[in-house]
Design a protein around this ligand. Structure first.
Ligand code: MD3
Ligand code: FE
Length: 216
């Protein structure tokens, strides 16, 4: 047997380049998953998870909350970032250090130095929940990357092209996986398939996804 070139490297965190500008860091957040989930609990006590309405008037299947100086909202008036939680009329809970540090470290591991997010979206998927193909284009500067973190149940991510009609590639994301999207991948269409029922030791029947962004 020929020894493999990568045998001595830890199986963890090997960057997997899925397209120019898009890097998967498998299990990158695993060792801090329980702390991240604790912070999700703390934030969502102040800004509860809610199913917002799309501009078309349909309730999204994913429940969302935010922390940071800016939060992403949708209602019949459209999609936007704003500094107040529309449920309470008060500022979103502040960005927590564990969150900020993870986002910065992951961006740096993917080649984006100095990432400083002002928004973290917290998505909670329960069985049956999904997110259709879309672009993230409500942010001010598309040169800033987005960092995403999966916690709990696995879910199939769909990674498309720069045009909606390009067929997406399916990529399963698991507990602790982090993906960084920047450069030419920043405006790619993407979504997630319907979450299947399951039971995760830390999150029970759901998947959480954190996305760190620079909105302004
Ligand atoms: C690719 N969330 O909140 S994260 C979203 O799993 C969103 O909750 C999904 O799409 C989720 O907007 C996917 C992965 C992701 C996030 C942003 C991207 C992939 C991206 C921006 C550009 C290209
Ligand atoms: Fe998105």
């Amino acid at each position: 047997m020929t020894p493999d070139l990568f045998d001595d490297l830890p199986a963890e965190h090997l960057p997997e380049i899925i397209a120019e500008g898009a890097v998967i860091l498998r299990r990158f957040a695993l060792d801090r998953a329980e702390r991240l989930l604790g912070v999700i609990g703390e934030v969502t006590e102040l800004a509860p998870l809610r199913r917002m309405k799309t501009p078309g008037g349909h309730a999204m299947s994913v429940a969302m909350s935010c922390c940071g100086e800016q939060g992403w909202v949708t209602d019949t008036r459209g999609y936007r970032y704003q500094s107040d939680d529309p449920l309470s009329g008060r500022p979103w809970p502040s960005m927590r250090d564990v969150f900020r540090t993870l986002a910065r470290e992951a961006a740096s591991a993917a080649g984006y130095e100095g990432f400083c997010p002002d928004a973290c979206l917290i998505n909670r998927y329960e069985p049956g929940a999904k997110m259709g193909l879309h672009q993230d284009r409500d942010e001010h500067d598309f040169k800033q990357p987005i960092v995403s973190v999966t916690l709990g149940l696995s879910q199939v991510f769909q990674f498309g092209g720069l045009r909606r009609n390009e067929r997406p590639v399916n990529i399963p994301l698991h507990h602790g996986d982090v993906v960084v999207w920047g450069g030419p991948a920043r405006l790619r269409y993407h979504g997630v398939l319907t979450l299947k029922a399951g039971d995760h030791p830390l999150t029970g029947p759901c998947r959480y996804n954190l996305t760190f962004r620079r909105a302004r």
